[in-house]
Design a protein. Structure first.
Lengths: 469, 469
């Protein structure tokens, strides 16, 4: 037995009867739906189905529930903790065909999108409205996936994460019941906060099919630029002071010398290979100028060099595209390698200690690991570049990540700032939230008593999932 | 039978054995714990207990659970929907003795407080740190209560509500289990968002005993003032445009002519009795000036008069004290009256229509109802002043509120922006979130299977609570 569950043949036959060629059992299609961008081994589902409406998702859920077959929501497959792996088989429900932008409330700064819409798609669509959606994980993820992992990204320091930017959801429960949460008012105290229960639930409580997003006005003035520092300590202390002073930077991103080297190669840039901050200021012309001046004073006090401005829109785009490609740029530093990506987030006062101790760890190890981070939130990533054939390198990367997470937890931080728990951090969740695991399990059991929604993710033991039927 | 439940005598005797004179059954004490600031009839608990630590709250919960006796968390008793009424008897757990400020993380802009700490207490304590906590419901509420109702207030338009300003909680479940949620990192994707499940849960899922709050730097420059308008329509349209333009006002509050009349009498002011906006701008000196100029342009286009500035701190305090006392000032307009307070919140584009139609309703009725509102969020309150001996006036106020809520829901709004559901809005919750009630009930049952935590609040039927033991 490989742990596969339920009457898969019955479920797939019933799906095919209802959805015809929108159900696939082709090995290539199944394989592509059983892996994400992480190191976690692929686990292909038994079938993939492509619904086009919330009502269709509800039919799929009812059918899988009736056959006791696992269901795994799938967006763009850009997750980093094995979220989409069908470790107990079952049906991958690919929501990418649900990619309609249903409504833009220009007067109310909100919009309603289906789960398969991606952030670049939405922002392109909004271009002429003067509005944008600020949350931007590096990948071209879907909004369903961004909700499911509680995504954030470079703008979160100013605009918040998905938690602060979703007004309401349409959710299909594993039973097939359709639930609408939240609303269009900017705030509400009407009953339990179901919206935020599903944000970060990683597909383990239900399918998110529609999302009402808060939008933000495109600022009147934007200026961006970068600044290299003589030392990592100087760069991080400049960030800490910026946050403590309450300077409302829109983005403040750190790349270490290794990450800059990767960007130079991959994005054809010619930057000094030193710890570097990428920044962006939003506001009126006056206030952007003032923010930049104040930041300049901080830089001067911390051994930062001259500020290189990117004022034209195309220069800014080139800068941020390079930043967003830092993951691929990292991989490119060691062709053929695969990546283990870390994701701790610590209280801002501990950021310098956390980064410096971690850099020392890497210096003592044979591995290469560029560092990039949303440092204004205290969140940073290492991208360990690993020879895919070396179990030893993988062990070493895990050992260093374990040390990193222990350090972050001791500092009052979290093992994941934005990627989620998935398959990869279940033991770490137990370390971080030991007292809360029983309650998380009770919620899971109340909503998904059969344990069919994305089994084996988030919760560290499989009590629920191994129940037999 | 009056619906009282469980072995109350056994529970009270056991509590007295453990807590001595920190348990009271005196009628006056019990009566004071069975009512809040609302019209809802008082329902005194059978006893009140005053714990001093989380561990003591856990002991109380275990003991009440063992005796199947209801438990009602109590903070300052300032709620507005009958939240603390012991409608099925039981034990009121008064957390006001848990009022220690345990830790201020000045470097990390956060602090840890016990549930009984009040917002004015905290802000007085923080005075020399350069930090403050922005969420300010009018009442001197406790942080436990503010979490339980998802409170907001005048600053929410800029700084968010309790949902955006709490990093983590210590919670005692009805079983007596102690759970810690969240952490000190500014963001996390580690497991289900339990923090926000308890924010807004109105004491129906557990006791909140400790809260880690995000703090904000006191802005370098603050300016405040007020501006009277010829028409209500002009005042509201000025607000709508301010929000749509993304002007980062820190406060933008509306008082109608009746509310201004109340303030004049109660707070000894001499304001024009016209629809008036109270504003506050936060930022650098430069940016505050710029915000005020831009707002001035909007005012001029909407029939607003001259702006009266309150630049000195004592003038600002006088202004906002008058605003915060608007509820009592309203009551004072009709001595001896009691208040029914409404709380709808609508999408900003519908605010003018919602307010104007509602004012027309009031104009057609014999009742007096000053209007005050956190209009930047689309949230406003009417304070219906009712003769306590007139059932007819109470019926009329309810009829008008029902019409108001129906109007708000039809506009995509909510029946409660910040006060919560309590006893008073259970039917309205069913109207607003019909599809989600089953799920809310499942969560309640998973966490509080005996239905002992603050029974009969939020959920519109009593299926859970009337289970017999």
């Amino acid at each position: 037995m490989d742990g596969r569950r339920g009457n898969v043949f019955g479920a797939v036959a019933a799906l095919q009867a209802q959805f015809g060629d929108r159900v696939s059992v082709l090995p290539d299609i199944c394989a592509a739906h059983g892996r994400d961008l992480s190191l976690h081994p692929a686990s292909p589902p038994d079938a993939v189905v492509f619904p086009e409406t919330t009502e269709e998702v509800a039919r799929i859920a009812r059918l899988c529930s009736a056959h006791h077959v696992p269901m795994i929501p799938f967006g763009a497959g850009t997750s980093l903790e094995g979220h989409v792996a069908a470790v107990r088989g079952g049906v991958s429900v690919d929501l990418s065909a649900m990619n309609r932008i249903l409504d833009v409330g220009q007067q109310d700064l909100d919009c309603l999108v289906e789960a398969g819409v991606t952030r670049q798609q939405l922002n392109a669509y909004l271009r002429d409205t003067g509005l944008f959606f600020p949350v931007d994980p590096g990948a071209e993820a879907t909004f369903g996936g961004m909700c499911a992992t509680g995504a954030s990204g470079t703008n979160a320091v100013r605009y918040g994460t998905m938690r602060e930017n979703v007004l309401g959801l349409t959710v299909v429960l594993p039973s097939g019941e359709i639930v609408r949460t939240g609303g269009r008012a900017r705030k509400s105290s009407a009953g339990y906060d179901l919206t935020r229960l599903f944000i970060g639930s990683e597909g383990t409580l239900g399918f998110i099919t529609e999302i009402r997003l808060r939008l933000t006005g495109i600022p009147e003035s934007i200026s961006a630029g970068l600044c290299a520092f003589e030392s990592m300590e100087g760069a991080v202390n400049a960030v800490i002071l910026t946050i403590q002073m309450g300077l409302p930077v829109a983005r403040i991103e750190l790349l270490d010398e290794k990450a800059i080297q990767g960007c130079n190669l991959y994005s054809h840039l010619d930057l000094d290979e030193k710890p570097t901050l990428f920044l962006e200021f939003h506001g009126t012309e006056q206030s952007v100028k003032e923010q930049a001046e104040r930041f300049g004073e901080i830089v001067a006090d911390h051994g930062g060099g001259a500020f290189t401005w990117a004022t034209r829109e195309e220069d800014r785009n080139r800068l941020w595209t390079a930043r967003h490609n830092a993951f691929y740029a990292g991989l490119n530093l060691r062709p053929g390698s695969k990546a283990l990506t870390t994701d701790v987030c610590v209280p801002i006062s501990r950021l310098a200690a956390c980064i410096l101790e971690t850099k020392a760890d890497i210096g003592d190890s044979p591995l290469i690991a560029p560092l990039v981070g949303h440092v204004g939130d205290g969140n940073f990533h290492l991208v360990f570049l690993i020879d895919p054939d070396s179990a030893e390198e993988e062990r070493e990367a895990h050992r260093l990540n374990d040390r990193l997470v222990e350090r972050a937890l001791a500092m009052g931080g979290t093992c994941t700032g934005e990627h989620g728990i998935g398959l990869g951090k279940k033991d770490l969740l137990a370390k971080e939230h030991g007292s809360a695991l029983g309650l998380m399990r009770a919620l899971k059991k109340a909503i998904d008593p059969q344990g069919l929604m994305n089994p084996d993710k988030i919760l560290p033991d499989n009590t629920l999932e191994t129940a037999t039927f």
